[in-house]
Design a protein around this ligand. Structure first.
Ligand SMILES: [Zn+2]
Length: 372
């Protein structure tokens, strides 16, 4: 029932719409108009004013004609940079890419387009399809550590199960587990002094930071991953550097383990600061909590059945990235992050195959029509 031609046209229009994080106004208006044309009245929350963006989170409830619990379908509206002036190019083999100058934005416009097409079919008077109630949520600023959805009023949601179409994998994959992500920042303050006239009067902030960094294990550390991502400091070659800032992150599928690793890292920074008589200001921010959804849960069982009904193999997997689903699960909604077939995301090499786009939309419909 999916109309592939209409789906691709809609995807290309979405791609051609500028949608930077905090600048999703145009794409939010596009989705709003599409929903209204289907007789669905969306509600945009006041997140835009809270995060300094141009669009909030766009939510809609679609009444069902079957007495089944609702499910939530979600995709984010923003695209990583470069997100403006995008143009989708369809190649002979069915691949859709950008023109090479920007991201394509299949992350996550493939999810948006697939959901809109499925709703178009479900609401079409031609088919008179009986379906469960559906909630849809298109959020803003997801690429900036889910800044949009963080501000959403989750008490609005009636669904206890969610499908977030935002995984870069083959269609049929869905993630039921994601890590806690904690970022940290160590600010060292030493003492500036002339490097040649009075070097003994200085306290070297860069050497202090370097001593700490050299003792911090990076990569896989037991069941966490650790990275030192940036280091910046100093002001001139003839000055003992007074300031140095180091930033990094810790991830783990177990939130407590991530916290424990963070404590160890902080202790290393503190010890180096003490050794060099440097002042240390250490801070951290939990960007998302880890979650695990049991593959036996109905949200996963429905996914298996929906894949089966459209003739594809279902695979439940882990993801190492955060997504809106971390926030759904934290608010008591069991969700899966579902693959749309998008590839090479967060680069100008990003692409999606038009068959995968159609298959994703079929999967959306199949989840809506499932009687589980
Ligand atoms: Zn995404």
């Amino acid at each position: 029932m999916i109309n592939k031609e209409r789906l691709i046209k809609s995807f290309m229009e979405l791609v051609a719409t500028d949608n930077p994080s905090y600048g999703e106004r145009a794409i939010c208006d596009f989705i709003t108009a599409r929903l209204r044309s289907l007789g669905i009245t969306p509600y945009e929350d006041d997140t835009a004013s809270k995060i300094g963006g141009s669009a909030g989170n766009l939510y809609a409830y679609v009444e069902g004609t079957l007495d089944l619990p609702p499910i939530l379908l979600s995709a984010h509206m923003d695209t990583v940079e470069p997100s403006c002036g995008k143009r989708a190019v369809i190649h002979d083999d069915g691949r859709i890419t950008s023109d090479g100058k920007t991201a394509l934005g299949a992350d996550d416009l493939s999810g948006v387009a697939a959901i809109l097409e499925a709703l178009t079919v479900i609401k079409s008077p031609d088919f008179n399809i009986k379906h469960r109630p559906i909630e849809v949520l298109f959020d803003s600023a997801e690429e900036v550590y889910c800044d949009g959805i963080r501000n959403f009023d989750f008490s609005m949601l009636k669904s206890k199960e969610a499908y977030v179409f935002d995984l870069s994998e083959s269609v049929g994959y869905a993630a039921n587990e994601a890590p806690a992500i904690i970022s940290f920042k160590a600010d060292f303050t030493g003492r500036a002094a002339h490097a040649a006239f009075t070097p003994d009067e200085g306290i070297h902030a860069i050497k202090t930071a370097a001593a700490a960094v050299s003792q911090i294990k990076c990569g896989h550390v037991d069941n966490t991953t650790v990275n030192i991502g940036t280091i910046a400091g100093g002001s001139a070659d003839n000055i003992i550097p007074e300031r140095c800032t180091v930033t990094g992150e810790v991830r783990s599928f177990n939130s407590a383990d991530a916290e424990m690793r963070l404590c160890e890292i902080e202790a290393v920074f503190r010890s180096a600061a003490a050794d060099f008589s440097c002042k240390l200001d250490f801070s951290s921010k939990t960007l998302c909590d880890a979650y695990y959804v049991d593959p036996g849960h109905p949200v996963a069982q429905r996914f298996y059945k929906a894949c089966d009904s459209i003739g594809i193999k279902a695979t439940i997997c882990r993801t190492h990235g955060g997504s809106d689903n971390n926030h759904f699960v934290r608010h008591g909604i069991n969700g899966l992050v579902v693959a749309t077939g998008m590839r090479g995301c967060h680069s100008s090499r990003e692409y999606i195959n038009s068959d995968d786009l159609a298959l994703t939309s079929e999967l959306v419909s199949s989840l809506i029509l499932s009687e589980v």
